[in-house]
Ligand binder design. Sequence first.
Ligand SMILES: [Zn+2]
Ligand SMILES: [Zn+2]
Length: 808
Amino acid sequence: MSEEITRQIRVYGIVQGVGFRPTVSRHAATWGIHGNVCNKGPYVEIYAQGPEEKVEGFIAEIQNNPPRRAAILKINVEKIENSRRYTQFDIIESEKTKGEIFVSPDIAICEECKEEMFDPKNRRYLHPFINCTCCGPRLTILDSLPYDRERTSMKEFPMCPDCAKEYNAPATRRYDAQPVCCNECGPEVYLIGREERGREAITYARKTIAEGGIVAIKGIGGFHLCCDASNETAVRKLRQLKRRPMKPFAVMAKNLEAVRKECEVSAEQTRILDGHQKPILLLDKKKEAKILCPSVAPGNPKVGVMLPYAPVQLLIFRYDDGIKMPEFLVMTSGNTSGAPICRDDREAEAELSGFCDCMLSHDRKIRIRADDSVMDFYENKPYMIRRSRGYAPLPFMVSTPYRGQVLAIGGELKNSFCIGVDNRFYPSPYVGDLEDLRTVKALRETVGRMETLLEVEPEIVCCDMHPKYNSVMVAEELGLPVVKVQHHYAHILSCMAENDCAEQVIGVSFDGTGYGTDGTIWGGEILLSDLDGFTRVGSVMPFLQVGGDASSKEGWRIAVSLIYGMTGDRKKAAEITEKLELCTKQEANVQFTMADRKINAVISTSAGRLFDGVSAMLGIRRKSTFEGEASMALEFAAEEYRETMLEKSKQQIQETEKYGYDKEDTDTLSRNENLSETEEIKRMDDKLISAGDRLLLNTESLIKEILNCQLNGEDPGKLAYFFHRELACQITAACVKIRELSGCNKAALSGGVFQNRLLLELTDHMLLEQGFEVLKHQLLPPNDGGIALGQAVYAMAYLEKSIETKTI
Ligand SMILES: [Zn+2]
Ligand SMILES: [Zn+2]
């Protein structure tokens, strides 16, 4: 018999309330392992004893076959020498340790519940609140821990005897399932301000949608506004009412089959689309797509799609009332622009009644709002855009053994905050834009709720440096010590934390605007960063951002300002502006005068504004009706150009193979000439300018070149692509230079501009080619929705340092 070994295994993640210990015990039996398993709050601890290969098999089994709803973040294995002998495998009952429980996010309805719900013989037939241990609301109904019915908004609904029986029987799927209920004892749906309840309410809502109306529907984390996504008139009406002319609407598809009709979906995307978190996925529309009407996502090659995750949403698509429903519904957050998503009837009546024909609500209260999460894909992996329902408040863990409790308030726009406990960091669900005071109120309230849930009393609070931000006001009124972190540095810290990196990195932080340490507007920054601080080693070449707040939405103002800056001559600038049809003569003059007198003009290095300016210059989008519209259009134009070029070069290769010779076509750049990134790096000298202690990306010469080509009638798509590629080259050149000076070989890409997948891909690939290790985001948004994590890690490191200094 081979020698026995003993291992201590700690499994971190969502391991509570998902049947983890019984599963481990089953695996132990399969592998003939002795020892025990115990819940330790933030992790499950296992002692495993047996022959080495069996112990290894057992550990692999836990990793590969955990319970279905578990989410393993990390497994630590330690050798135990001279262990006691175990004679069997035990499940050890344990008591909860204070503040160390993982709160589960909300889980989409499971297959079993779905089947029961549509089974006329089941006692939960068509029950809009069906759930089990595997599925249902969690975070959004929780008051405090431990997680049981008394501390959720389900406490108002005492279980009927049948439900209680299931709840108490270990053999059923509803054993210990806190929100369990049925048609007898559960919450009820109804129409706000109308008679209809239950069945009648659902039928009325379905009929309204089928006839082209708009309905507000209360789901898991808030209300949605909903209409037929194939009905152009209905979608247009919703756009008009919501005063949202262009910003894409997300849609909910009846099922996967419907999605496949309209969109390209990879196997990995299918897995996530239909998984238990059910985020909105940004999918490429198929060329032959016909069901979704144009107004859903105007001028956008992609569309945000999700599948039903709340039982009531399934019932909207499928019911026994004979009404024929569309396969796609617009499902957009139920709020007025800027305000948080409505979560109760009072809010819905105040904000949504003007947008819709009826409101389908229910009487299970939502404690914490959770908007739908939004996810893009990069190189076949998730690339989070908005992290909320289904993901929040899953923590990120870092290896540094911090001790302490911190609160990070997050950014001003796309706010989400983050609570740090030791080495675990819990980002909150999406809160919203804090320019709106209703959102500020929601932030205060959600901070309080999350602190209670996680049983945390922060010792310190972290926020942005901007003197006028509402987020800073919220942080300062808490009466705790406040540390302030520069916006773009927080982006880099968040990328480091997501990748569990505590070493120095060359941080490429590109986004809209943020308050710089020198009082100017930053936004295209290269920051040599570690947890102690950063040095601004590079940036976009500063330009004059003229036109105040308007310039952040009106890219033509940036374009005019850039042109004026480059020509330095009113007459010449006016001629160009007129030729490009950027604005009227009068508007141009106002811009010039403001620039001359430095009125409403700030020095800026904003990468986002540069994209807007180039978009306007190329005649792609003069202005944006929502944040990022102009730069997104620029990206799409560039991608379309690249697609066409790749298509052409593919044809060329095919023809070469067919005819055995290369058909020369000087107009079509071959893939090598057109897309090679290496060759570009070699002539990097004209890409950078040294300005004292900082490298400047020579964005000015790049824009000059683009402008000249545009005036010469070049294809704007080609120029859009050229802009992306050259910018990536400049970033790479700067990183190479900084590596020479600092010896740092790690780069981190963060900031909202890196939602632009073309720029991300080009920069990532060029840096890799230059031998860099490149840190990127994956499950945390690169945009401002992700910076709270960076702030929280900074606060934790700060706390540690201040304790060290005190003890010296
Ligand atoms: Zn279920
Ligand atoms: Zn019941």
